[in-house]
Design a protein around this ligand. Structure first.
Ligand code: GDP
Ligand code: MN
Ligand code: MN
Length: 254
């Protein structure tokens, strides 16, 4: 399989037609997967905001004060307010904000970016419904590839960030290996491979994190193969024991 970045994309602005910008610069095939950084999806969708749009309530001020006393740096309570407004559940409030977004993704600061924001806005919010964004992009292309919208996220247990899928369309979220056999003939009982995350990580290797200007990658000649698929990436709270454990956890200092 090949993974290559779409060259020459401009700074994306609110109202831009992302699919048209991509179409002009690359010939897509039906069996490609187009992987798009949420940064540019958000910019095109006008998900830019200013801190002054989020007057801080008491909860946000309390959170910011606590984060400031832990880090020794000033923390803008309006940023905490923005994170709260983008979220349905606050899973950790110290030593950083970990929240569940409205569309199911769990991330630090609700995925709100303060880098590569462009223009004079302070904040870039994640797309409201990234899988719908992916579907819209897919519909507006000439070919019919899968589309994955990504963000760069940290993870528990390991250092370093990597690309993950936050929205997808035209490609199953997962490849279901259950019921298939390993080399010893044993039936696989639990393996459901999150292919959209793997595609996101592969694409992130060529898009970079800084000033590369390469927000869109094409994955070519990758095959899903003859497997079952599943659309579901986000666990239900009922079956998410790590999330449940966090509900009873309190930060007690470094
Ligand atoms: P995120 O992972 O979705 O939060 O996005 P990043 O900030 O890591 O950016 C991913 C890639 O897109 C990097 O190569 C950036 O330089 C690039 N990028 C971000 N915004 C734009 C834009 O408006 N136009 C172009 N051409 N590249 C951008
Ligand atoms: Mn981001
Ligand atoms: Mn990134």
């Amino acid at each position: 399989m090949d993974v290559f970045a779409v060259p020459g994309l401009p700074e994306v602005r609110p109202g831009d037609d992302l699919a048209a910008l991509v179409k002009e610069r690359t010939d897509l095939r039906d069996d490609d997967v187009l992987v798009v950084a949420s940064t540019v999806v958000s910019k095109a969708e006008g998900r830019l905001a200013d801190l002054e749009d989020f007057p801080a309530g008491p909860r946000a001020r309390e959170i910011a004060d606590r984060l400031a006393s832990i880090s020794g740096d000033e923390k803008d309570p309006r940023f905490a307010q923005a994170v709260l407004e983008e979220s349905t559940e606050l899973l950790m409030e110290a030593p950083f904000l970990l929240t569940a977004t409205k569309f199911g993704h769990i991330g630090v600061n609700a995925g709100i970016d303060r880098s590569n924001v462009g223009g004079d806005a302070d904040l870039l919010l994640l797309p409201e419904r990234p899988s719908e964004s992916a579907a819209r992009i897919r519909e507006a292309l000439r070919a019919d590839p899968g589309v994955v919208v990504t963000d760069t996220c940290g993870r528990p247990f390991r250092h370093g960030q990597r690309g993950v899928a936050i929205g997808w369309d035209g490609v199953p979220a997962s490849r279901d290996w259950r019921g298939e056999t390993d080399r010893d003939g044993h039936e696989l009982a639990v393996t459901v491979e999150s292919v959209v995350d793997e595609l996101a990580s592969a694409a992130n290797l060529v898009t970079g994190e800084g000033d590369d200007g390469l927000p869109v990658a094409v994955v070519r000649d990758w095959e899903f193969g003859d497997h079952g698929g599943s659309e579901n990436l986000y666990r239900d709270v009922d079956g998410d024991f790590v999330r449940q454990a966090l509900r009873g956890w309190e930060f007690a200092g470094h």
